[in-house]
Design a protein around this ligand. Structure first.
Ligand code: SF4
Length: 384
């Protein structure tokens, strides 16, 4: 279950998420009413909800009682087992000690803290609303509030970022002994202030080699500190992998509520649908009892097969050949003729008797590999 919470204090330069800046407390609460109204229209999920993820935006700007209302509404219509992972994305600087205790009280048991960098000049340039001291304080408050499943995020490949600064960011994050660490390469999204600044030449991005060195540094230093890389951008202590993200990578069904949220029926129904990104239009629709769905697509078996391999390769465990055969009724190699061999020859992919996996080099250029599976013309064996 994904709940999009679109409030932000200000817009970061690289952000293209559906968000609103400057919503007051009443409007935020009405937005959460809209989320509950939308959920009440949803078809019930066939099984238990094993993960609830409040993503944003800045969900830590929502009142704990509003987060609690959504969780109560979920539990009123669906089976939410007691061990369900309930994650709240939080930004340092938007949290108070009493709010944290209240989030915990209403059922949040995991926090994902967006730190992004450990240097004040990078945070300022990204237009983040916090400074480094606030990030330190936030972690102390979270631990004091007894959050024992804490994830932290950072971004590399920032304009003018040096390898030494990236090393400092990794050291800073790991000094807090988080349970989970997400390290993302900066994506420059079209239409963002960052894209315009890069276009004008006022921001200079690090070259490919330096970004590669930053990825290598993450890959070597995190395991040395007890974190296992289990996905391209994610590292965790044993047993602290993100259940929520794993559900996406494993093609499990999910329901998304809120502006711009996506849902997926799972492989059986093979349908994906999504809400409009405009927050106020979404509220109007959902609060009037109308369906806020803005679009949908039906996925063919061939599309599902391409996605299953693409998503599966993101995990370091790779794609199980027997699971693929069982699901699609055909060997993976037959489903993608002429794709595996060249990727192996280029040392981007390797095969074991049971799996295919990205090599270290393949992980560095994952998108090149994924494109081969997503654009392959599949034989009739997969899509009769
Ligand atoms: S805090 Fe996150 S969602 Fe909000 S503007 Fe920044 S990047 Fe976007």
């Amino acid at each position: 279950m994904y709940v999009h919470v679109p409030f932000c204090v200000r817009r970061c330069t690289y952000c293209d998420f559906p968000i609103v800046v400057g919503m007051d407390g009443d409007a935020r609460s009405r937005y959460m009413d809209a989320v509950v109204a939308e959920w009440r229209r949803e078809a019930l999920p066939p099984g238990p909800i094993t993960s609830v993820y409040f993503g944003g935006g800045t969900p830590s700007l929502a009142e704990p009682r509003d987060i609690g209302r959504v969780l109560e509404a979920l539990a009123a219509r669906a089976w939410v087992p007691s061990g369900t992972e309930v994650t709240l994305e939080a930004n340092p600087g938007t949290m108070t000690a009493s709010h944290l205790a209240d989030y915990r009280q209403v059922g949040v048991n995991r926090v994902s803290l967006g730190v992004q960098a450990a240097q004040a000049h990078h945070l300022r340039r990204l237009h983040r609303e916090h400074d480094v001291a606030e990030a330190h304080r936030a972690v102390r408050q979270l631990r004091r509030a007894r959050f024992d499943n804490l994830s932290v995020d950072a971004i590399y490949g920032l304009p003018d970022q040096t390898l030494a600064e990236w090393h400092e960011t990794i050291r800073c994050l790991t000094s807090w002994a988080p349970d989970h660490v997400s390290l993302y390469a900066l994506q420059v999204e079209e239409g963002t202030p960052l894209a315009r600044s890069v276009g004008r030449g006022t921001s200079t991005l690090p070259g490919e080699d330096l970004v590669g060195d930053m990825a290598d540094l993450a890959e070597t230093s995190l395991p040395a500190m007890g974190y296992r890389r289990y996905e391209l951008s994610n590292f965790s202590r044993p047993g602290r992998e993100s259940r929520h993200n794993r559900a996406y990578w494993r093609h499990h069904p999910y329901i998304g509520v809120g502006a711009g949220a996506h849902s997926f029926s799972g492989p059986t129904g093979a349908r994906r649908w999504w809400n409009g990104r405009h927050v106020r239009a979404y509220m109007t629709e959902a609060l009037s009892g109308r369906d806020p769905t803005a679009g949908e697509e039906r996925l063919s078996m061939a599309q599902l097969a391409g996605e299953a391999v693409w998503l599966g390769l993101r995990e370091t465990a790779g794609v199980s050949l027997s699971a693929f055969r069982e699901r699609f009724g055909v060997e993976l190699e037959q489903a993608f003729p002429g794709v595996l061999g060249p990727l192996e020859a280029a040392h981007l992919l390797r095969r074991t008797p049971e799996t295919i996996l990205l090599t270290r080099r393949g992980m560095a250029v994952g998108n090149q590999v994924f494109t081969r599976f997503l654009t392959a013309v599949l034989p009739s064996a997969v899509d009769p």
